[in-house]
Design a protein around this ligand. Structure first.
Ligand SMILES: Nc1ncnc2c1ncn2[C@@H]1O[C@H](COP(=O)(O)OP(=O)(O)OP(=O)(O)O)[C@@H](O)[C@H]1O
Ligand SMILES: [Mg+2]
Ligand SMILES: [Zn+2]
Length: 247
């Protein structure tokens, strides 16, 4: 879990002479909290466990490998997400989660449910959309650009935040540079027993091709994987629902 402040023991105040003054960690935490929340769009703030709808997951279609219905897969993923939050809030880091599935299967939705539940409990979480986060780091290299945080701060945050959610660690052509950033974040978290929740479109057996062997091996060590399967992209199904209601 997060490290206890060495200056104030997390009391938030330190003694300067006879006066108690706010510890620098307070400001730093406030910055981190704001930054973490800012990554969730207003729409994503609505993705909550109570709103997770199981009707999008077929009770008849089964996955080819294990013969489990899509509905049952969704139930398992959902339960794993809830259990993860319970453990995390109790201060037990536990295993992270990896949600795997096709486009529009509810992976980001479920990851946001976790983020919102953790935020609501007043705990820190950083939700990052991986390609955007890499862009953000890259932007710090531009001396002209007016960036809010340095690369060091961004990476430091991703490495040390009590819970990191990596959305869309997907099928991109990662440069060696990007792979190195992802590796260093995950390696640090693994070594400090800090959990990570990941969503991806890439099947477990293909991840290595995109992320490299060392990163993939660490992910597999840190996360239990769950698949979300749908017959049709939920975005498409929801559009049809809206349109049929309008008729
Ligand atoms: N279980 C669910 N209940 C209600 N709405 C859902 C559910 N799953 C997904 N949705 C809705 O469907 C849309 C797509 O879901 P989401 O963004 O989670 O898909 P995804 O699996 O992350 O897809 P991608 O691979 O494209 O990122 C969103 O608008 C989301 O609100
Ligand atoms: Mg997604
Ligand atoms: Zn402090």
């Amino acid at each position: 879990m997060g490290e206890v402040c060495r200056e104030c023991g997390d009391r938030g105040l330190v003694l300067r002479g006879n006066a108690a003054v706010p510890c620098s960690c307070v400001k730093q935490k406030a910055m981190r909290f704001r930054f973490a929340q800012a990554q969730l769009t207003p729409l994503m703030r609505e993705y909550r466990f109570e709103h997770f709808n199981f009707q999008y997951y077929s009770r008849t279609a089964k996955d080819g490998v294990k013969g489990i219905t899509y509905y049952e897969l969704a139930r398992r993923a959902y339960k794993a997400a809830r259990d993860f939050v319970d453990l995390f809030l109790k201060g037990e880091a536990g295993e992270g989660l990896l949600f795997i599935g096709p486009v529009g299967a509810g992976k980001t939705f479920l990851a946001c449910c976790i983020a919102n539940a953790v935020l609501e409990a007043g705990k820190e979480v950083l939700f990052v959309v991986v390609p955007d986060f890499l862009d953000e780091i890259r932007a710090t290299y531009d001396e002209e650009a007016d960036v809010e945080y340095s690369e060091h701060e961004l990476l430091g945050l991703a490495k040390s935040v009590p819970l990191l959610i990596l959305d869309d660690l997907g099928a991109f052509i990662y440069t060696e540079w990007a792979r190195q950033k992802i590796y260093s974040i995950l390696n640090h978290r693994l070594n400090h027993c800090l959990p990570v929740v990941v969503t991806t479109n890439v099947a477990l057996e293909d991840l290595e091709e995109y992320l490299g062997e060392r990163t993939t091996s660490r992910l597999i060590e840190m996360c239990r994987s769950y698949r979300l399967l749908v017959e049709n992209d939920i975005r498409f199904v929801r559009r049809q629902e809206r349109e049929s209601r309008r008729r």
